[in-house]
Structure formats: structure tokens, C-alpha cells
Design a protein around this ligand. Structure first.
Ligand code: SAM
Length: 295
């Protein structure tokens, strides 16, 4: 059954919840967005244009899906909750801008972390063209999803993702702040990160414990060459093992020889009292390159 009100209005969402005796599944991170301004903000942040090819992760009952479709996108959605296709089929409009919805929207019941984009999308998208990923993410797997998308061969032009505010702050952090750390560094070596908007917890049903933010990630034209990525991430992790200690202290496990360690730090152009969060990404790259790779 369709209605004139958008799915993302709180009245319509509540009506859908009541009609289907829906219980939001906490273990699947189900918090339905009921804020039309936030939905418009997400569509704008993703710069959705007519015929954009969009992958949506976790459409839920369709509040964001509907807005993406109305903005002209073709949407391929991954969802794990097997009870939702019936609701989506009944609640999304039968036609979008005069076109039958099945030409504009496809749903796959599958864990996004098991997606095989080349096969899954082949019949629906033109894979010679880039796609956009847009999602109000299930928060329990925010970072695995970001790394999964970055590591696959998916040709994406942007990821516009709603996530926990605290994770968004870590992704977009600058050096010398308390949010700057291993997550910031590994993501910013690959992608440009922009904080697009903040969304209060009251904008969801059920209301989560924390506020949220929408972040836009775009692949860097020239990704930072970190050398051996496993080694790089390991060095960064060791540097931040104890945030309150100096870089010199944290590096003791990796480079026990004091003379060698101090020489390495001074080669970075910083002094021995420097804390890990004060190093730029380029300095971490330089440091990792100077430390022998352990097998
Ligand atoms: N898009 C809807 C909205 O904005 O109201 C729902 C967002 S809700 C925060 C997250 C959605 O992701 C839920 O529908 C949940 O079932 C789905 N989900 C959870 N884990 C998933 C996974 N591994 N792969 C795909 N979807 C998943």
C-alpha cells in the first residue's frame, strides 16, 4: 500500500511498523531514518543526478531508497533481512517518474560483505561507468564495509555514508587531534574524506544511543603509496599502542635499539617528545619505509 507521504516521514514509518508488526532488529543495526531534511541532505551530499547508478546498503523499509529513486537514480540494494522485500515491494511507489519501479530498483538479499559486484550488478548497471554508494549504514559493521568497498575492484566515484558521529570524526580527523589515529590514517591514504552533515539520534526509529554524521569519501586520484600495506598498518598501530606515550616510547617494541630508534625519529624532522598523533600521514609513510619488514 502506498501513501502520499514519504516513507521517511515519522508518521508513515510508524504506520508501516504497525501494519507489518515490525520489530527493528538490533543485531542488524536497524534504526530507520525519519527525518526528511536529513534524507534530502544525504541525496544532496551524494550529488545524485538523473540515471546515476547507486548501490544502497541496507534499504530497510525504503526511506532513503525512495528519495534516491525520486532524485533519478537507478538503485541496486543489498539487504540481509529477509522480511523486508515484501514491505519494500508494497511501500515503494509502483512507478518512479512514470517508469515502472522494476526498471529502476533491484533488491538482493545478501550480506554486503559477501557482495561480488561484477556478477551481482552485471544485468542492472553499466559497469564501464562508475557507481555511487549511498547508505545509512548498519553501525556494527561500518569500518569493515568501508575497507571492503575500498579493497574490491568496484569502480566507485563516491561513498556517501551515514555512520556513528564518533567514527565519522575519526575518519575525517586532522593530525594533532584526539580523533586522529590508525583508522584516519589508513582511510586517508586512499580516500578524500568530507563531513557532510550531522544527524541527531531523535531522527531515527528506534532512537540509537548516539548521534550520527554523514561522510562523503572519494577515491584519491593519486593514492598514497604506503609500500607494503600490512607492514604500514602494523607500524601505525604500534605507534598508537599507547596514545599518551611519546612516539619514541611506543616504538621501543619495534626498534629496541635506542640509537637506531632516535636516529629514525630525528630523520622524520621531529623531536623525541613527539606524540604519535602529531605525525602527518607522509611522516608515517616515511617511518614505515625506514623500518625493516618482519615476516
Ligand atoms: N536505509 C534504512 C533507513 O535509512 O532507514 C535502514 C538503515 S538501518 C541503519 C541499516 C540496514 O542495514 C537495515 O535495514 C539492516 O537490516 C541492513 N543490514 C544490516 N547488516 C547488513 C549487511 N551485512 N548487509 C546488508 N544490509 C545489512
Amino acid at each position: 500500500m502506498n501513501s502520499d507521504m514519504p516513507i521517511g516521514s515519522s508518521i508513515r514509518t510508524q504506520a508501516i511498523i504497525n501494519r507489518y508488526f515490525l520489530r527493528a532488529k538490533k543485531n542488524l543495526g536497524q534504526n530507520f531514518l525519519v527525518d526528511l531534511d536529513a534524507l534530502e541532505g544525504i541525496v544532496q551530499a551524494a550529488e545524485i543526478k538523473s540515471n546515476d547508478q547507486v548501490i544502497e546498503i541496507g534499504p530497510g523499509i525504503g526511506s532513503l531508497t525512495e528519495q534516491l529513486l525520486l532524485a533519478g537514480a537507478k538503485v541496486f540494494a543489498y539487504e540481509v533481512d529477509e522480511t523486508l522485500p515484501e514491505i519494500l515491494q508494497n511501500e515503494l511507489p509502483a512507478k518512479i517518474n512514470g517508469v515502472p519501479i522494476k526498471e529502476r530498483f533491484k533488491l538482493m538479499i545478501k550480506d554486503i560483505l559477501k557482495a561480488d559486484f561484477a556478477t551481482d550488478l552485471a544485468d542492472f548497471f553499466d559497469l564501464t561507468q562508475p557507481v555511487k554508494v549511498v547508505a545509512n549504514l548498519p553501525y556494527y559493521i561500518t569500518t569493515p564495509i568501508i575497507f571492503f568497498l575500498n579493497d574490491t575492484k568496484l569502480n566507485f566515484s563516491s561513498l556517501t555514508l551515514m555512520m556513528q558521529k564518533e567514527v565519522a570524526e575519526r575518519l575525517s580527523a586532522h593530525p594533532a587531534t584526539k580523533e586522529y589515529g590508525p583508522l584516519t590514517i589508513s582511510v586517508q591514504t586512499q580516500m578524500k574524506v568530507n563531513l557532510a552533515l550531522q544527524v541527531k539520534s531523535k531522527s531515527f526509529i528506534p532512537r540509537p544511543k548516539v548521534d550520527s554524521s554523514v561522510v562523503v569519501l572519494q577515491p584519491l586520484l593519486k593514492k598514497t603509496d604506503v609500500g607494503n600495506i600490512k607492514h604500514f598498518n602494523w607500524v601505525v598501530k604500534c605507534c598508537f599502542a599507547q596514545r599518551r606515550k611519546t612516539l619514541n616510547n611506543n616504538l621501543k617494541t619495534l626498534i629496541p635499539n635506542t640509537f637506531q630508534r632516535e636516529a629514525l625519529i630525528s630523520n622524520l624532522g621531529v623531536d623525541l617528545h613527539t606524540r604519535p598523533e602529531q605525525l602527518t600521514i607522509d611522516q608515517f609513510v616515511e617511518l614505515a619505509r625506514a623500518i625493516p619488514i618482519k615476516n
